[in-house]
Design a protein around this ligand. Structure first.
Ligand code: 5GP
Length: 124
């Protein structure tokens, strides 16, 4: 079990930790006590926002039952943002990549919100 990985990795291990602490700039579009949302630096859709927990969980593999509420908050933050931006009716996609096969490159979990164009299926 690598369940406790986030507990012995400091929060500044990834670029997202720096964004949380405002050490590097980001276009922040959503914030609450536990979640931050900011625009992806290399957008793959007209709207591409990343929703991250303020605590670091490296990958979805490290998430446990104690994180269930936090994971739900990521989803609800994305859906709420989409609704507020008028993107909900047309639709959107939310994605969380995990490890190499999933295409994860930043090891602080993040939910991608992609909107503003027709998505294709299956994803590449
Ligand atoms: P992953 O491939 O891990 O699912 O997604 C990581 C995402 O983070 C990518 O879409 C990438 O463009 C984005 N990203 C990487 N570095 C930065 C950064 O410094 N600022 C912002 N806003 N996005 C970043």
């Amino acid at each position: 079990m690598t369940h406790y990985r986030e507990n012995h990795m400091s929060n500044d291990d990834t670029i997202f930790g720096k964004i949380i602490r405002r050490e590097i700039p980001a276009d922040i579009v959503y914030e609450d006590e536990q979640v931050l949302g900011f625009r992806d630096i290399d957008p793959k859709a007209p709207t591409h926002v990343l929703f991250i927990p303020k605590i670091r969980i490296a990958t979805l593999n490290e998430a446990g039952a104690e994180h269930a509420d936090l994971l739900g908050r990521l989803m609800l933050a994305a859906a709420g943002f989409a609704r507020a931006q008028g993107l909900a009716e047309d639709g959107y996609r939310v994605v969380m990549n995990c490890n190499e096969n999933g295409g994860q490159t930043v090891f602080h979990i993040h939910l991608h919100l992609l909107a503003g164009r027709q998505m294709t299926w299956p994803p590449g």
